[in-house]
Ligand binder design. Structure first.
Ligand code: SAH
Ligand code: SF4
Ligand code: F3S
Length: 440
């Protein structure tokens, strides 16, 4: 048998891509072992993201940097997959001469054959399948999507929502759920590998439906709850329009479901929410927040926000600021609006001056930093349960983990504790995490 080659996959974008990267390694595991660096790889694959213009540009600048590697090693194969590949296809081959293989988000399973073909024929190949309505990752070998004790598990692909700004429905196709039996099977495999926390992934997990039985997301959570050895269950993303009172009750009642919810609000103004086609008002959103807070006292919220949507005025933006002050998010992921080709918002005019809007994002982030800092200070003195996820890569002898309600905790400890759940007394607050020490 031939020596296996070395494969390096570089991941951009969201957790879907993190999971798909694991699948890419798995699809190629018979012929390639993971490379420690780009320099030693025989095949480099970029798993790309096109959610914002900046994300897409990163891909092209990265491709430019591979040219010298190709000069040193002419046999090096460079592949581009993911959302930019799905959208740009052949154009990537034209624009970047160093790229050998382009594959779409529905073509992961074809990758082994494509790489073989490239080696044999020397021809550059592009395969971007139209949405086939099937789950592309379903036939892949099962993988660990994560770091030791925690893992991702994709339960559905695609999205049917067509929010006005968003490219995802175009690059990931229609929404398709995986059968619950297959998800549970993969979960059992993960737990047997030592995983104690699983994060279920989908663009809108609330609209999950088992294609075999029609059962919904709450029913899937209930089945997951029964898995012995699975301590913690999380899920992203929940679309607020589909977040039901039934799900709030399930979160409160199922012991493994963690007391944290990522509920992307996007904007605080109803005018903007409607232009975004989000399907809820700020009042409806707040009702869900209030119900969760009532049912789960320890619950923490995180969110996504877009600042400067076409037509958004200062008074709209101030309603988003107000939202932050009301909900008191643990953390936010906030972005300047980026116009994406093919989306409804790309055709919308924006009468508001771009220079005026420029300052809004840092203003929002300043406010959130104060809120996060205050929440971290409030945690000091408390005793919490932490799942130890990894070594603190900045501080020798320190470990890093998370509380059930999503606070990141750093504390001194032995690496033998990795994957264990420990009790920590919190001692000091920091910007991104809280410091603590173990309680005997
Ligand atoms: N399915 C998730 C979002 C996935 S994309 C949901 O519905 O919430 C992750 C985040 O990127 C979005 O929540 C949004 O805040 C941001 N985003 C998406 N498209 C964007 C765009 N064109 N410009 C700026 N931010 C965008
Ligand atoms: Fe994009 Fe909206 Fe779908 Fe989320 S729900 S992926 S923001 S279209
Ligand atoms: Fe980016 Fe594609 Fe995810 S566009 S955010 S990698 S679904």
């Amino acid at each position: 048998m031939n020596e296996p080659g070395k494969l390096y996959v570089k991941t951009f974008g969201c957790q879907m891509n993190v999971y798909d990267t694991e699948k890419i390694y798995a699809f190629l595991q018979d012929t390639y072992v993971p490379a420690a660096s780009e320099e030693e790889a025989d095949v480099i694959i970029l798993n790309t993201c096109s959610i914002r213009e900046k994300a897409e540009n990163k891909v092209y600048s990265q491709l430019g940097r591979f040219k010298p590697l190709k000069d040193i090693n002419p046999d090096l194969i460079i592949g581009v997959g993911g959302c930019v590949a799905q959208q740009e296809g052949e154009r990537i081959l034209k624009r970047s001469p160093s790229v050998d293989v382009v594959f779409g988000t529905h073509n992961l399973d074809e990758l082994p054959a494509m790489l073989e073909e490239r080696k044999k024929s020397g021809k550059r190949i592009c395969r971007v399948r139209e949405d086939t309505g099937t789950v592309p990752t379903a036939d892949a070998p099962r993988v660990m999507g994560g770091r030791g004790a925690t893992s991702l598990l994709t339960i559905m692909k695609g999205c049917n929502n067509y929010c006005a700004y968003c490219v995802v429905p175009f690059v990931r196709g229609r929404e398709v759920s995986r059968p619950a039996s297959e998800i549970l099977d993969e979960a059992v495999f993960l737990v047997e590998k030592g995983v104690r926390e699983i994060t279920l992934l989908g663009q809108n997990v609330n609209s999950y439906h088992d294609p075999d039985t029609g059962a919904g997301f709450v029913s899937l959570l209930e089945s997951m709850e029964l898995l012995p050895g699975l301590e913690r269950l999380r899920f992203v993303t929940s679309h607020p329009k589909d977040f039901s009172p039934e799900l709030a009750h399930a979160m409160a009642d199922l012991p493994s479901v963690c007391e944290h919810i990522h509920l992307p609000v996007q904007a605080g103004s109803d005018r903007v929410l409607s232009a975004m086609k989000r399907g809820y008002t700020s009042r409806q959103y707040m009702e869900k927040v209030e119900l969760l807070t009532k049912l789960i006292p320890e619950v923490e919220f995180t969110t996504d926000i877009i600042v400067g949507f076409p037509g958004e005025e200062r008074e709209d933006f101030e309603l988003t600021m107000e939202m932050l002050n009301t909900v008191k998010y643990q953390n936010i992921y906030s972005f300047r609006f980026s116009s994406r080709p093919g989306t409804a918002a790309a055709a919308m005019k924006d009468p508001v001056d771009a220079d005026v809007k420029r300052s809004w994002l840092p203003e929002l982030q300043d406010l959130q930093n104060q809120i996060t800092a205050e929440k971290h200070r409030n945690m000091v003195g408390r005793e919490v349960e932490v799942l130890v996820e990894e070594k603190d890569n900045k501080k020798n002898g320190f470990l890093e983990g998370r509380t059930r309600n999503n606070y990141i905790v750093h504390f001194p400890g032995d690496p033998e504790l990795l994957g264990k759940i420990v009790r920590i007394r919190l001692t000091n607050s920091r910007a991104i995490h809280v410091m603590g020490e173990m309680v005997n």
